[in-house]
Design a protein around this ligand. Structure first.
Ligand SMILES: NC(=O)c1ccc[n+]([C@@H]2O[C@H](COP(=O)([O-])OP(=O)(O)OC[C@H]3O[C@@H](n4cnc5c(N)ncnc54)[C@H](OP(=O)(O)O)[C@@H]3O)[C@@H](O)[C@H]2O)c1
Length: 279
């Protein structure tokens, strides 16, 4: 297929749903061949069939980013079949939320295993191939990696960590010809807000008002364009851009507004532990 990524191989973690699946389709439209990695292989196989029906090529790879040997096996298979990697997107992630007083260290550890160490392991598992191709590495961070919100300490701190990781990589890889793009989405349509703190799908509808939520397809088009242009950062959604801009310009304003909007309500969201008031 012709397109901006014709003949290039793209490896995406978390390709079985949401942003990862939409990005895979968009890369296929741009001519790329796809290595699709996630734990739910049936979903990946269905996506691979869709991509092949569009005239593209895709490989479904069962992979858990919290297990390095699983990532290494997926990368080895992709390289064996496609001959190398040109673009890698560390996208797999989920959200552990709740007021900090109701959580434990273990909640943070579980969150960081996927959202932080999963990203770092994806980087090291694919680095030799990206160095060879002078390719592109992208991290899916979040607006929550730029602006802290109440009742989300594990997710927010995991995203601040990977945003920092991506910014450092940008400098460390620049002389080696590998570009690094940090993608920071605001609200995008996906399953993320229907997944509980243990990473299980609950089927609950998205509580975010739909007028604030961008379609995964539109987000994917912006992601593919930004990665193609080797942009250091892409912020997705108008609301996301506005929050990051105001937070950079005047963080105290965001703090005051957030405090006013949530005063007295944060502790009602979950049963509080550690001697804090219970809702
Ligand atoms: N949607 C938003 O509003 C939004 C906003 C900002 C940032 N983000 C970020 O965007 C990324 C994609 O999320 P999404 O919104 O598209 O959510 P999603 O629809 O729930 O997709 C998450 C993907 O991550 C995969 N995943 C989770 N744990 C994994 C693991 N241990 N190993 C391999 N794959 C794993 C899931 O696949 P399996 O369950 O099949 O493994 C799934 O494909 C995340 O990093 C998220 O933090 C999303």
């Amino acid at each position: 297929m012709a397109g901006r990524f014709a003949g290039k191989t793209v490896f995406i973690t978390g390709a079985s749903s949401g942003i990862g699946a939409a990005a895979a389709r968009e890369f296929a439209r741009e001519g790329a061949v796809l290595a699709l990695a996630a734990r739910r292989k049936d979903r990946l196989e269905a996506l691979a069939r869709d991509i092949e029906a569009m005239g593209g090529r895709a490989l479904a790879l069962e992979c858990d980013v919290t297990r390095r040997e699983s990532l290494d096996a997926a990368v080895a298979k992709a390289v064996e079949v496609f001959g190398g990697l040109d673009v890698v997107i560390a996208n797999a992630g989920f959200g552990v939320t709740g007021v900090a007083t109701a959580l434990e260290t273990e909640d943070f550890r579980r969150q960081f295993e996927t959202n932080v160490f999963g990203v770092i392991d994806t980087f090291y598992a694919t680095l030799p191939h990206l160095l060879r191709s002078k390719g592109r590495f992208a991290v899916i961070g979040s607006v929550s990696g730029r602006v802290a919100t109440p009742a989300s300490a594990p997710y927010t701190s995991s995203k601040f960590a990977v945003v920092g990781f991506a910014e450092c990589l940008y400098h460390d890889l620049a002389d080696l010809g590998v570009s690094v793009t940090c993608v920071n989405p605001g609200f995008v349509n996906s399953e993320i807000r229907s997944i509980n703190n243990r990473g299980e799908y609950t089927g609950k509808p998205d509580p975010v008002p739909q007028f604030l939520v961008m379609s995964a397809e539109k987000a994917a088009r912006q992601i593919v364009r930004g990665i193609y242009r080797r942009k250091p950062e892409i912020i997705i959604t108008r609301m996301g851009k506005l929050s990051v801009f105001i937070n950079r310009l005047c963080p105290c304003l965001v703090r005051v507004a957030m405090r006013a909007a949530t005063k007295g309500r944060v502790h009602k969201t979950r049963k509080a532990k550690h001697g804090r008031p219970e809702a």
